[in-house]
Design a protein around this ligand. Structure first.
Ligand SMILES: Cc1ncc(COP(=O)(O)O)c(C=O)c1O
Length: 370
């Protein structure tokens, strides 16, 4: 039985934000969750037709060989369908994995997506954190658990740095020799590419205790569609997740179309290559921005000259959300921003610019004091 989890801090709490500020969802600009602003093309009429015929029935995923989604994912990620497990979002899978593995010892490379810490603390006897880039791991000062669990996120969050699989190889070998499970979260890797050489999933056969955690909600712009994937070369992994009906038919119908949109990958690449450099250039020129950590994916870490709480308060009056990163162990001046469409980025830049002007600050402080 899975214990009830207290929830950890997340970006993207747009419903609460909209309610608090009495605004419609589409009036809110959410820079706090790093979701692709390029949305895949969906044929809603076709979706509706299919939903009409499928929703009166239980989904086929009870028998994974019948799932129409697995072959599509297998093709996209260059895997065999039997190497892919579906879950109701990777967040749920993370908790289920730890609840099943119940390790004596878990090692987390931090900063890390908060749910790993939550799940590890709930289900492990001991949790050790190494606050360093996994490529800097060394055997002498960072012992690894025997028959335990080791977790890392690549590209990392909140900095967005990507490590090639070759840089991780010493760690993969060492975890393998310790007979521990290695969870590598590659949720943001599709923003760099889908080629197998970019991913440790090329080594699933070589390392049977390697599990790649692949969120689909970032790249396919669908956090409301609760489907996540695990990649594993080991038949035992299946037993770690409840597999009755892991996903809903409606979610599957949506995601199946999204994966098959022939333009989505190119549109995303083009957007990131053109919009990101301009956004970073504009951000770094703002007086309120003290330091920028560009990263390799669709978000950026920065340090403001003021506490993020104050920046957030002002942006909230403008309907804009950003993500403080104190929960990742950064200072009260650091924040993570998603990269969005050019017009949305401009709105944020203008708002931050206004906040940099002494007048706006005084005005805001006065109003706020009343
Ligand atoms: C690194 C990482 N992994 C996994 C997730 C969870 O994604 P989902 O539950 O939408 O699949 C997130 C969400 O923010 C994340 O940042």
């Amino acid at each position: 039985m899975i214990k009830q989890q207290p929830s950890c801090e997340h970006g993207g709490q747009i419903f609460a934000f909209a309610k608090r500020n009495a605004v419609a969802l589409d009036q809110v600009l959410d820079f706090s969750a790093s979701i692709n602003p390029q949305t895949p093309k969906i044929d809603w009429n076709r979706l509706q037709q299919k939903a009409r015929s499928e929703l009166p029935h239980y989904p086929p995923e009870r028998d994974e060989t019948l799932s129409p989604l697995l072959p599509l994912l297998a093709e996209r990620f260059s895997l065999k369908a039997e190497q892919i497990l579906l879950s109701n979002g990777t967040t749920q899978a993370i908790h289920q994995l730890f609840a099943s593995l119940r390790p004596q010892q878990s090692v987390l490379f931090t900063p890390i997506y908060g749910e790993y810490r939550q799940a590890a603390q709930t289900h492990s006897k001991e949790v050790i954190e190494y606050r360093c880039c996994p490529s800097q791991w060394n055997d002498a000062s960072m012992p690894l658990p025997q028959n335990g669990v080791v977790v890392m996120v690549n590209p990392g969050t909140p900095q967005g740095n990507y490590l090639s699989p070759e840089k991780l190889l010493p760690l993969l070998e060492a975890v393998h020799l310790k007979n521990s499970w290695l969870l590598i979260d590659e949720s943001f890797l599709p923003f760099i590419g889908f080629a197998s050489e970019l991913s440790v999933r090329q080594w699933l056969k070589r390392y049977p205790k390697l599990i790649v955690i692949q969120s689909l909600t970032k790249f396919y712009a669908c956090p409301g569609v609760r489907i996540g994937a695990l990649f594993s070369g080991c038949a035992q992994t299946k037993s770690f997740l409840p597999q009755l009906w892991p996903i809903s038919s409606l979610d599957r119908l949506w995601l199946s179309q999204a994966i098959q949109d022939p333009g989505h990958i190119m549109n995303t690449r083009h957007w990131l290559e053109t919009v990101k450099p301009k956004f970073l250039q504009e951000l770094v020129q703002l007086p309120i921005v003290d330091k920028l950590y560009p990263g390799d994916v669709n978000f950026v870490l920065l340090r403001f000259t003021q506490p993020v709480g104050r920046v957030q308060q002002y942006l909230e009056t403008q309907g804009i959300m950003i993500r403080p990163v104190q929960s990742f162990g950064f200072s009260a001046y650091h924040a993570r921003l998603a990269i969005k469409s050019a017009p949305d980025n401009t709105r944020l830049i203008e708002a931050l610019n206004a906040l940099s002007r002494p007048n706006t600050e005084k005005q805001y402080a006065r109003n706020n004091a009343l």
